[in-house]
Design a protein around this ligand. Structure first.
Ligand SMILES: Cc1cc2nc3c(=O)[nH]c(=O)nc-3n(C[C@H](O)[C@H](O)[C@H](O)COP(=O)(O)OP(=O)(O)OC[C@H]3O[C@@H](n4cnc5c(N)ncnc54)[C@H](O)[C@@H]3O)c2cc1C
Length: 444
């Protein structure tokens, strides 16, 4: 993420402070209260860990609700990264809570057999198990070969079980919920979660449902990509920045989880129609590229922060794309053309072979009309190929990116390993980290 607009870091900092406050709240409440006689500090600390875990887990409602002020401040991929790390942190705190009780206060854990154990303690074990499963199935989804949609359904079911059981545990055990002010606090927190859930799953989808879109054109491109053009039948999308993306539902209502993110390749100046250029990679995309004009769709956007607009003062831009990672670059390049922006752009674009090079004709045209240099890199070039071949490595980057470009914003989008390797090479070349922004097409 490149923070060059002065308001973005302020917003980002405010959100971090609010998150820190939410996490600190349980400890403040517990330490601020009178400690009952005979209770050990270690016991209270363990309770603090338990409540802290729930606060960290509760933040997930905010992080996954796609609140625009949050996603605008960081970019969706960073928000999902927070989601991931907070979830791991929450499970670590829960395990800490459990470990202290197990080692020093084993009696408090009671009977392990769910048939004879106190329900509130069984709830705790169910919650812990569900939270651990949530983290394991998310961290190792690909290794465990869990299909994306199955994983998403499972994620929702496990999250409901985990939160339900955790709240039942807290209420049932009754520590720090006895006094009226603390009861009001926890009740307030729980009600806020529920409200966010209602907004995310009902109110927000309902507003999307009231503003459907229609597919008006389906244009085949090189490399198996199809550009789908949609027109609004209701309210158009809020003004977007080049490089932003939206979630797309095709032929399914927006209450369904069958929604997929795609970069908006239409420059904002050419709205209200919105184009997505889609490469078939799995079930949804394979079906989407064959969608006939007239297909009903729903869009939720714009989101993301992968945009030249984040740095109005930049002298020029470096863009490095692999395969379908070209879509946000096209969106930014088209916006520059539309605006008559003549700043220099160097685009390094890697593909397996020449037939895979999506938008190659448009790029040729943009190269003639804009201050743009395109460097195609092919893994498997045709015989008469004069250009670059192989991987985008440090030697190739040094050859095409003189030192004067090092402080320009660098946009990276492509397969994960390529993006990571290019980032490392750029850092080794002396490009500052703050000048490198990467978009991942793979949140989990
Ligand atoms: C910000 C962003 C912008 C994107 N822009 C484009 C674009 O312009 N053009 C394009 O062709 N592709 C784009 N993608 C990738 C596109 O969203 C996935 O290829 C598509 O969702 C795959 O779905 P599938 O069912 O066809 O494939 P699957 O085989 O189900 O999924 C392939 C992989 O895509 C990811 N994925 C699947 N479904 C989702 C989902 N609902 N949300 C997030 N990730 C998912 C998962 O990591 C999965 O392993 C973008 C992704 C992101 C995150």
């Amino acid at each position: 993420m490149i923070f060059t607009s002065s308001r973005l870091p302020v917003r980002a900092t405010v959100w971090v402070l609010l998150a820190a406050l939410a996490l600190a709240l349980p400890f403040i409440v517990i330490l601020g209260g009178e400690r009952a006689a005979g209770r050990e500090l270690l016991w209270d600390f363990s309770m603090g860990l338990g409540f802290g875990a729930l606060a960290a887990a509760g933040l997930q409602f905010v992080l996954t609700a796609r609140f625009r002020p949050v996603t605008r401040a960081y970019g969706m991929d960073i928000v999902y990264l927070f989601h991931r790390y907070f979830a791991i942190g929450a499970v670590a705190l829960m395990l800490g809570h459990f470990a202290i009780l197990y080692i020093w206060f084993e009696d408090a854990l009671g009977d392990l057999n769910p048939l004879t154990a106190a329900w509130e303690l069984t709830s705790a074990r169910v919650a812990l198990g569900a939270f651990v499963l949530l983290v394991i199935t998310s961290e190792f989804r690909k290794t465990l070969r869990i299909p994306y949609e199955l994983w998403r359904y499972g994620h929702i079911v496990l999250a409901v079980i985990a939160f339900g059981a955790a709240i039942a545990h807290i209420i049932g055990v009754g520590h720090f919920t006895g006094e009226a002010d603390k009861r009001i606090l926890w009740l307030g927190v729980t009600v806020s979660w529920l409200l966010i859930l209602v907004w995310t799953r009902l109110i927000h989808p309902f507003s999307i449902w009231r503003n459907p879109w229609r597919l008006v054109e389906n244009i085949p491109r090189h490399g198996g990509v199809h550009s789908l053009v949609f027109e609004p039948l209701g309210k158009p999308m809020k003004p977007w920045k080049p490089g932003q993306f939206a979630w797309l539902w095709l032929d399914t209502p927006p209450f369904s989880i069958r929604q997929h993110p795609f970069t908006i390749s239409t420059p904002p100046e050419q709205g209200p129609r919105v184009t997505f250029s889609i490469k078939p990679l799995g079930d949804f995309t394979a079906g989407a590229i064959h969608a006939p004009p007239g297909t009903r769709a729903y869009l939720d956007g714009p989101y993301g922060a992968f945009s030249i607009d984040n740095d109005p003062e930049a002298e020029g831009f470096v863009m490095i794309a692999g395969g379908v990672g070209i879509t946000p670059m096209m969106s930014n390049l088209h916006a520059m053309a539309e605006r008559g922006d003549t700043r220099q752009v160097v685009l390094i674009y890697a593909n397996p072979d020449w037939d895979d090079v999506t938008f190659r004709d448009e790029l040729e045209w943009l190269e003639k009309s804009q201050n743009l240099t395109v460097v195609h890199v092919l893994d498997d070039p045709p015989e008469d190929w004069q250009g670059e071949t192989g991987k985008v490595d440090r030697a190739l980057l040094e050859h095409h990116l003189p030192e004067a470009t090092h402080h320009w914003p660098h946009f990276l989008c492509g397969p994960g390993p390529m993006t990571q390797a290019v980032k490392t090479a750029l850092l080794d070349m002396g490009v500052p980290l703050r000048a490198i922004d990467s978009e991942v097409f793979d949140f989990v």
